[in-house]
Design a protein around this ligand. Sequence first.
Ligand code: GLN
Length: 248
Amino acid sequence: MKEIKILHLYPDMLELYGDYGNVQVLKYRIESRGFKACIDEYSIGDTPPNFNDYDIVFAGGGADNEQGILAEDLIQYKDDIKQAIQNGVFFLLICGAYQLFGQYYKDVNKNIIPGLEIFEYYTEAISDRQKRCIGNIVLECDLGDIKTKIIGFENHGGQTFNISKPFGRVLFGNGNKFGDTEEGFCDKNVIATYLHGPLLSKNPVLSDYIIKYCFDRKYDEDIVLEPLNDDFENLCREQLLERFSNKT
Ligand code: GLN
């Protein structure tokens, strides 16, 4: 049976606003098509993972404290992660994890948490700790040939600079910085974004885009995924988009 293998990084430390739901959504949508989904978890102290064994690597958001604790552990895998990205393994990185794949994250006290330095972007917290980009957010994204609106929730003090390829154009909310027009970072098989939500439950099109990418890569095909009943998700999306419609 065809199988998609997911590696969930630091599920005990990077788990804000239901980020784990993203992994559950992937599993549900893979299994509903009659395929197998295997989920492995890795956190500090576990046997080092072989990143290339996986189809998807997922890491969620976390507070500055957790980011500081796990950065050192994550950095030991820098070369392996880089190679997995080059090999086409799909990486979905949310908020704190998004920041950790860049050059560095400078917190409100000006402490530097080193990043993996895989991408050129860097993040600095706004000096006033009361000020955070918080709230619902809507983006317009191009997923290959598919143009879609992506809905999520952001909560970050970090302001991310030097983005070469954003994930989406902001229609409602902040994005990489306060009042930004761009959100996240996206490069082929990597999506790094501030959107929690959980992101994938609100955006079935994005979930299936990732799943299709993984099947096509692994089994060298152009799979047509059996449609699922997304009526409930779509109704929810319609209502959310209407609520934010003054800008979308
Ligand atoms: N520490 C980061 C920030 O506040 C990440 C927060 C998060 O993952 N939600 O910018």
